[in-house]
Design a protein around this ligand. Structure first.
Ligand SMILES: C[S@@+](CC[C@H](N)C(=O)[O-])C[C@H]1O[C@@H](n2cnc3c(N)ncnc32)[C@H](O)[C@@H]1O
Length: 236
């Protein structure tokens, strides 16, 4: 699948369901403890890496973008669905949202202190993930932090096609599910350093495994190293 055909398909489907999505998907403050903890940890990592704005890529109606701002980081949202962006702007007029694709971001090299992709990369066909991850690497500043939260599978690859999601409107949704380790490998191939991966087992409200992967762009001035100094401070 080409970059533009997948992006058009995602745009059309999310435009169709955007209003229902905004109504029914819970705000981050109502998520479970681990989901909230990962968002808080990501915000702290960004803050401690220095000043820098976070791009919430595939921001949907902007609830997570607004949550990041509450957690003390400057953030803006980008989504391929114009209707999602209208809803995000209406709900959070004080924040910046724009229509765009993570396959070709309208952001300069090294401009971002952080990138969050919260349940948004699984729509990307696997052959195009290197394009997306190259964009993440290009736009992050040295020392910049990335967190991907996404549904994953234990092994190999699974393509899931839903004909309806988020309400009654028929709309096709393709999900391309990879193992967390494969995503980590692709991030490393793009030049990012994976520092953490949390794989959560299916359970209440989660039909599949969900992974949170944290990665950094190497090369921060005055870098405290991969472990933020923990090894020298704590391990003897
Ligand atoms: C499941 S929703 C998640 C929305 C939000 N991040 C959240 O957690 O509530 C996935 C969003 O990713 C967006 N998306 C998917 N592929 C994208 C791409 N290539 N560039 C920008 N947005 C994309 C969709 O339009 C949709 O709004």
């Amino acid at each position: 699948m080409t970059d533009s055909s997948y992006v058009s398909a995602v745009r059309e489907s999310y435009d169709t369901v955007a209003d229902d999505y905004a109504k029914h998907v819970p705000a981050p403050a109502e998520l479970d403890a681990l989901s909230r903890a990962m968002l808080a940890a990501f915000a702290e990592l960004v803050r401690s890496a220095g000043p820098g704005v976070v791009a919430d890529l595939g921001c949907g109606p902007g609830k997570v973008t607004a949550h990041l701002v509450k957690l003390g980081v400057e953030a803006f949202g980008v989504d391929v669905s114009p209707r999602m962006i209208e809803l995000a702007r209406a709900a959070h007029p004080e924040l910046r949202f724009s229509v765009g694709s993570m396959t070709a971001l309208e952001v300069g090299d090294g401009e971002l202190g952080g990138i969050l992709a919260h349940y948004s990369v699984h729509h990307t066909p696997p052959e195009l993930l290197p394009v997306v991850f190259a964009e993440f690497h290009r736009t992050l500043a040295p020392g910049g932090q990335l967190m991907i939260v996404t549904r994953v599978v234990a092994a190999e690859y699974e393509h899931v096609r839903l004909t309806h999601a988020y309400g009654e409107h028929p709309a096709p949704f393709d999900s391309h599910l990879l193992p967390a380790d494969r995503i980590a490998e692709l991030l490393e191939q793009a030049g990012l350093v994976v520092t953490a991966r949390l794989v959560r087992e299916p359970g209440e409200g989660m039909k599949r495994q969900v992974a949170s992967l944290v990665a950094g762009k190497p090369g921060a001035a005055g870098s405290r190293g991969r472990w933020g100094g923990v090894d020298s401070a704590v391990c003897h």
